[in-house]
Design a binder for this molecule. Structure first.
Ligand SMILES: [Zn+2]
Length: 704
């Protein structure tokens, strides 16, 4: 009892000094072998009007300093109501029980590589307690909370939470552990395990890597990239919101971004590409989603913004921004239709490709269009302000709009209304292009249409104009407001070509011709024909390769037909066709130089030619004999095929790939240009001009 009063007093002082509306002072006893926890929660609320909370149904409230009634069980949690609680008060609730969701599945797996997760568990393989566990009373309709934790664990265990953990040796093999989370947060996370910890201070932030087994090289890889990302993000948005950032190995495969730490599965954290994809993404979530919190009921803006400022930013720095945006538009085009579309304000989290295309892709474009409309520096300044104003608070799309309007003085209601609260996106068509000479100048006329819509979008569509005798492309913006609208522009020199939205800067449905051929197109089909070169010296090797592919992919439901080039009269249609070997009778259908010779740089043509002669070259191409994508594989050493057969599927997004050496290391990769976009129009008869050699307008980067 004495102990209780002590806790009571300390918490009360803490609550007042913090000035928060909701503070949980948690004293926890773990019984790890029995998956059992016993919690004393001293709760302080201020002006809350709270009358109910939810708690995990396995946990039983056995003592409360205020009258409580158990109301009902909803899924895995139980609702309790207070019988008249003052708006501001401090009270104690004690509860205990077993937390072992999915224990059987997680225990059966050897090692730490299960994809089966848990809502919350305490057992020998680890502790996972988070918001989804409902292990801390969650006030219905309440705001954020602060918390502190006091507990004891065996001294070979470490505990990770949203704030630093302090360990004090107590007893022979036990530590007393305390955590103080002073920033308002949306959940209480405790991740425990027998971790090896690596720590380094980088840019005034403590970076900690928690691993199940010591692995200096892995930890070093994370340290190496952390400084760069901390720099990028603090320049772009503001100081990192937490004093530490932890990379924590998890006992099932996850890629979670939580406040001040990321929880990565054993396999996930060792994939080399994670370091420049998921890792910066999860780190940036500390700003968007994990310090400026999402109000779930009003739409999750944080995924699209995080993807824009992490994943996209990295691509933009690699000069791959336009390709990245095109792939986002392609996802939207492929996965969203009138039946499954919803406005981004209804997005909560990703459940499938459709929700990803809307919640990540479309929100990314909303941000990109705001940046195009207002300029990069205003865009960056607005999000710096947004971060400053909403750090450790909940924010909505409407708060983003208000911040943009406050910074710019513009009325952005139409913009936000059509992109955030309504569905759809236009498909653009270019029609009726012509040029009139008037005195010493030229007038370019063209019509833009928005198809597939009842109501027109109001949008600013960038376009490029190539002028006779000019090396540099002129970039302009058409203010499109109607379903069909005619535009006229005067130029001092003769326009010879126009390209509508060539860099994929606006949210829209793509035409199929705007997407260059990629291997994914071939891998995506459920029927394949593989054509073998009967007269080739490598015939047997290609045949073995085709047989291996056939058994690999038929297990995935692909119907694979293998034929010799002597056995067919023409290319099969309506399926994936792979043409193996340069001496294949059908290799003429893969004439790279004929198709792309004038539209890619001479250097690329030369290096592709060299690889074709001396190494392994694989590419997807629009066949010259028909309107179909075919794949071509040519090796200079038949032994390469063994290593190649499992590799290619990981490179689906590329048009062409080079490989070399016994392990078939990737040497070049890329996308061919789009040749027949319906949004490009060449005005002169000079169809074969080398458009790629024109100088593009300067573009401002998000960060330097
Ligand atoms: Zn995310």
């Amino acid at each position: 009892m004495k102990h209780l009063i002590l806790v009571f007093t300390i918490t009360l002082i803490a609550a007042i000094s913090r000035g928060q509306t909701n503070h949980h002072s948690l004293s926890i006893q773990f019984d790890i072998p029995h998956s059992f926890i016993d919690v004393t929660d001293t709760i302080s609320i201020e002006n809350q009007g709270a009358n109910a909370f939810l708690l995990n149904s396995n946990l039983v409230v056995y003592e409360s300093s205020v009258p409580l009634t158990k109301i009902e069980q909803i899924n895995n949690y139980t609702k309790y109501e207070f019988d008249g609680l003052p708006a501001s008060s401090t009270f104690i609730i004690k509860y205990k029980g077993v937390v072992d969701h999915n224990k059987k599945a997680l225990s059966n797996k050897a090692g730490h590589n299960s994809f089966q997760g848990t809502n919350g568990i305490v057992f020998e393989k680890g502790i996972y307690l988070a918001g989804t566990t409902y292990w801390v009373p969650d006030f219905v309709g309440s705001d954020l909370k602060t918390f502190s934790v006091e507990t004891r664990l065996p001294d070979d265990w470490k505990l990770v939470s949203q704030a630093k953990t302090r360990y004090i040796k107590s007893g022979v093999s036990e530590n007393k552990i305390s955590i103080d989370m002073n920033h308002p947060t949306n959940q209480v996370c405790l991740i425990g395990n027998k971790y090896e910890r690596y720590s380094r201070r980088i840019n005034d932030i403590d970076i900690n890597i928690y691993l199940f087994k010591s692995d200096d090289r892995l930890a070093e890889r994370y340290f190496q990239v952390s400084g760069r990302y901390l720099d990028l993000f603090s320049n772009l948005i503001g100081d990192f919101p937490y004093e530490k950032f932890d990379v924590v190995e998890n006992f099932w495969e996850t890629g979670y971004g939580l406040p001040s730490f990321t929880l990565l599965g054993k396999k996930v954290m060792r994939f080399p590409w994670i370091l420049n994809s998921s890792y910066p993404h999860e780190m940036l979530h500390n700003y968007w989603g994990n310090s400026v919190y999402v109000d779930d009921e009003k739409g999750n803006w944080s995924e699209g913004l995080t993807t824009y400022m992490a994943d996209f930013l990295i691509k933009e720095l690699e000069n791959e921004g336009a390709n990245y945006r095109r792939s986002q538009l392609k996802n939207y085009t492929d996965y969203v239709n009138n039946e499954n579309d919803f406005p981004v304000c209804d997005f909560k989290f990703k459940t499938d490709m459709t929700s990803q295309a809307i919640g990540y892709g479309k929100v990314l474009f909303i941000n990109h269009m705001l940046r195009q409309k207002l300029g990069t520096s205003t865009f960056v300044e607005t999000y710096k302000t947004f971060y400053k104003n909403y750090k450790f608070k909940r924010a909505t799309f409407s708060d983003i709009q208000k911040t943009f309007e406050a910074v710019t003085g513009d009325d952005l209601n139409n913009f936000f209304q059509q992109w955030v609260y309504e569905t759809g996106a236009p498909k653009l068509d270019l029609k009726n292009v012509d040029v009139q000479k008037e005195g010493n100048s030229f007038t370019l006329n063209f019509e833009l249409r928005q198809s597939g819509l009842k109501k027109a979008f109001d949008m600013e569509v960038p376009f490029h104009v190539y002028l006779q005798g000019e090396d540099r492309v002129v970039r302009k913006t058409a203010a499109l407001q109607q379903l069909s609208q005619v535009f006229s522009y005067r130029f001092p020199k003769q326009p010879i070509r126009i390209e509508i939205d060539p860099c994929f800067d606006v949210m829209r449905i793509l035409a199929p011709e705007e997407v260059p051929p990629a291997l994914s197109k071939l891998f995506g089909s459920k029927a394949w024909t593989i054509i073998l070169p009967k007269s080739s010296d490598f015939f047997e090797a290609y045949k073995t390769f085709a047989g291996d592919w056939s058994s690999m992919y038929s297990r995935r439901g692909v119907k694979v037909n293998i034929v010799n080039d002597t056995e067919i009269q023409k290319l099969p249609v309506n399926q994936s066709v792979w043409i193996l070997g340069s001496d294949n009778r059908y290799a003429d259908n893969c004439d790279l130089t004929g198709v792309y010779g004038s539209s890619v740089s001479p250097e690329l043509v030369q290096s592709i030619d060299e690889i074709y002669e001396t190494e392994t070259l694989v590419y997807a191409i629009q066949s010259s004999s028909g309107n179909q994508v075919v794949g071509h594989i040519n090796v200079s050493n038949p032994e390469s095929l063994g290593a190649l057969k499992t590799k290619l599927m990981h490179y689906g997004k590329y048009s062409y790939l080079g490989f070399s050496g016994a392990e078939q290391r990737n040497t070049i990769k890329g996308m061919f240009p789009v040749l027949n976009s319906p949004l490009n129009y060449t005005i002169t008869n000079n169809q074969k001009a080398d458009w790629g050699s024109f100088e593009m307008p300067e573009k401002e980067l998000l960060v330097r």
